[in-house]
Ligand binder design. Structure first.
Ligand code: PRP
Length: 213
């Protein structure tokens, strides 16, 4: 039985369709939106819906053999897992944003509000810029508006949240997309299934990408 942790939400639904095409179907998953665990014994697969930021924890600790996590989570928490494949979906970017017209005063410590303290810390230490990190858990966009921080480091997908709050991107830190990850010992013991999965996912991604060109 291959245990798969999927991120709850739109991305997870898209990814499930890819797994289904790869020969790991579990039709009941589409029929019930309250249950969190679904199993198809015949296909040898069990899916769990978990909070996107928790997928890597389930995989790292072996509760799931494989899972799908954003590159943002992998960079921030550095879980001890194998990163097998860029699924080229769930694309967004990690960016620095500020109020319109903001100018960085290099003589002052920059106050940075973020959920991604490690990513922000590494980014600014690479630039040699002194910062004060203000760790928040959500609604980061409010921080510069209320004067809690000068800038934010956060995920930007469509840009709507920034726009609605009169903020703008000033720098891109790194592009982000969803990754297939695997538990290190699960990968050894279930290599046949995981390799079959990877092969089909790679083909699907290649097909999708070729259609875009
Ligand atoms: C993320 C991110 C931004 C928003 C960006 O928030 O933190 O707030 O999405 O998307 P957009 O560019 O398409 O507007 P999320 O929905 O994960 O909520 P939270 O960070 O407030 O918890």
């Amino acid at each position: 039985m291959l245990n798969v942790a999927l991120p709850k939400g739109r991305l997870g639904e898209r990814v499930y369709s890819m797994f289904e095409k790869a020969g790991f179907p579990c039709p009941s998953i589409r029929e019930n939106n309250r249950k969190l665990i679904f199993e198809n014994e015949e296909a040898g697969v069990r899916y769990f819906w978990v909070k996107p930021s928790d997928v890597a924890i389930y995989v790292e600790r072996g509760a799931a053999d494989v899972g799908v996590a954003g590159k943002d989570i992998l960079l921030e928490y550095r879980p001890d897992v194998y990163e097998l494949l860029d699924l080229k979906t769930g694309k967004c970017r990690m960016a620095v944003a500020a109020r319109k017209g903001f100018r960085d005063d290099m003589n002052r410590t920059l106050r940075v509000a973020t959920k991604f303290s490690n990513i922000a810390g590494e980014y600014y230490s690479g630039l040699g810029r002194d910062i004060d990190i203000i760790h928040l858990n959500g609604s980061i966009e409010i921080a510069p508006i209320l004067g809690l921080s000068d800038v934010i480091v956060d995920i930007v997908e469509t840009g709507t949240t920034l726009k609605e709050n009169d903020l703008e991107v000033i720098e891109t830190v790194i592009p982000i997309s969803a990754r297939l990850i695997a538990n290190k010992s699960g990968f050894k013991f279930k290599s046949e299934q995981i390799e079959r999965l990877m092969e089909s996912l790679s083909e699907q991604i290649e097909f999708e990408e070729s259609g875009k060109q």
